[in-house]
Design a protein around this ligand. Structure first.
Ligand SMILES: Cc1cc2nc3c(=O)[nH]c(=O)nc-3n(C[C@H](O)[C@H](O)[C@H](O)COP(=O)(O)OP(=O)(O)OC[C@H]3O[C@@H](n4cnc5c(N)ncnc54)[C@H](O)[C@@H]3O)c2cc1C
Length: 414
């Protein structure tokens, strides 16, 4: 019987363990935490957006880094396959806005619990311990050495130790060191799907303000890096929300780095001319009011003082005294409310890690290392990452499935 050791009990590791055990291998899963799936339990705000109910082409469109590498893995285990898998494990699912799939119970713990039960059913041995070294013999992994000195031997090893984000959940980047120690290249890692820091006291003053139906654009030296329509919010140190998290995936990518110039189009549905007419109409009804008291129809209350300041028009100025030039300047401000982005929020706030084990060194069909004959890689430890919407967990399931299947068979291992 082939012995498979899985290092890391997150979604990728648990899926790999179940798949390898189903294929007939004797599987040990090593997890440093007291139980598997600590991060999985907090996904989707504790509800677990486990996948996105869409075709593989749509999955690929939502991968930010190295989408092509994932093509075979998604073909082997698509989002429909993931849904069928969990339904068969007795977890009813539901699909929400944007095709996001959740357990019907809204409890992430039902997903991790189903996997733990399945591992138990399939005879997977779960050990608690942290792998600190992989010893090598003849170009293959010979043993995994644990922090407490124990040594584990197997025929095949699946490294699914996650990335560096939310390190308190156990994935603190130690998997990268293990991979590097046996000859793998780890590309530059950075937080992704993370809030962004912004210059000045504006964020703190606007903290908690949520903006819907805006366009958020990020530029570097005049060139647009990211521009999308949706929802965002101000935090004490900067900005966050869906638009900002998506934007973060495109920043500091080697070619360019912080600071970035951002603009919020507060009225994306109106072009400059139409917006000017709209402001004129509003002003015609508030002619004798102070400028700062005439904007409630145009802007959320919390934003008005900041908008007045940035407009260069004094708040006490009567609306009927505002010149055409001043009004045009105000119109430009509403179409491009400025922010300077100075950096990423911390690793503790990042939903995923961008960067990881170079996919050039991994076979896309089997997740087998091209450097080490009996080593397989799965999940966030790889240099792949996606947008929010269930796509990152889909990566974990699909790559875990491929690694588990191939490790159990061991075909073509050198
Ligand atoms: C707050 C939050 C919410 C999220 N929500 C969603 C969501 O709703 N949908 C979605 O698609 N994605 C979501 N994600 C992303 C998703 O959780 C990850 O992409 C996914 O967990 C990666 O799976 P993984 O198995 O590769 O790694 P992990 O889940 O990080 O698991 C790795 C495991 O390996 C263990 N480990 C690490 N090093 C060692 C070692 N040396 N020895 C032994 N064990 C080790 C760790 O303790 C950990 O349990 C979210 C992430 C966060 C932080």
């Amino acid at each position: 019987m082939r012995r498979v050791l899985v290092i890391g009990g997150g979604p990728a590791g648990m899926m790999a363990a179940c798949t390898a055990a189903s294929a007939g291998a004797a599987v040990i899963l090593l997890e440093r935490n007291a139980f598997c799936g600590v991060k999985l339990n907090i996904t989707g705000k504790g509800r677990c957006n486990l996948t996105n109910d869409c075709q593989n082409e749509e999955l690929m469109r939502n991968i930010v880094t190295n989408g092509k590498f994932l093509y075979s893995a998604f073909s082997a285990m698509s989002s429909r396959d993931v849904m069928a898998y969990f339904s068969a494990l007795g977890v009813p699912l539901k699909t929400e806005r944007g095709n996001r799939v959740f357990p019907e119970s809204d409890r992430a713990k039902d997903i991790s619990g189903a996997l733990r039960t399945q591992m138990h059913r399939l005879g997977v041995t779960v050990l608690q311990g942290k792998a600190v070294e992989l010893t090598m013999a003849e170009g293959r992994v010979a043993e995994a050495v644990l922090q407490d000195g124990r040594r584990l031997r197997a025929d095949a090893y699946i490294l699914a130790a996650g990335g560096r984000s939310y390190p308190k959940t156990g994935s603190d980047g130690s998997g990268y060191l293990l991979a590097q120690s046996v000859g793998h290249t780890v590309t530059r890692i950075k937080p992704s799907l993370v809030p962004l820091l912004a210059e000045g006291d504006l964020p703190a003053r606007l903290e908690g303000l949520s903006l819907r139906n805006v366009t958020f654009t990020v530029k570097k030296d005049g060139k647009t890096i990211f521009s999308e329509f949706g929802e965002m919010l101000f935090t004490d140190k900067g900005v966050s929300g869906p638009l900002v998290l998506s934007a973060s995936a495109h920043l500091s990518c080697g070619k360019h780095s912080f600071p970035y110039q951002a603009e919020i189009d507060l009225k994306p549905a109106l072009d400059a001319d139409t917006l000017d007419k709209r402001i004129l109409r509003d002003f015609s009804q508030t002619r004798n009011r102070d400028f700062s008291n005439a904007l409630s129809g145009l802007l959320p209350t919390k934003l008005i003082p900041a908008a007045v300041e940035l407009s260069g028009i004094t708040g006490a100025q009567k609306v009927n005294g505002i010149t055409k030039k001043q009004r045009e300047g105000f119109c430009r401000l509403l179409k491009a409310f400025p922010l300077i982005l100075t950096g990423f929020g911390s690793w503790d706030e990042a939903i995923v890690t961008s960067g990881g084990i170079s996919v050039k060194e991994v076979d896309p069909k089997t997740m087998r290392s091209k450097k080490v004959g009996n080593l397989y890689l799965a999940g966030e430890i790889l240099d792949v990452d996606a947008y929010t919407g269930g796509f990152n967990l889909q990566i974990a399931w699909s790559t875990g499935f491929c690694a588990g299947q191939a490790a159990a068979k061991g075909e073509q291992e050198s």
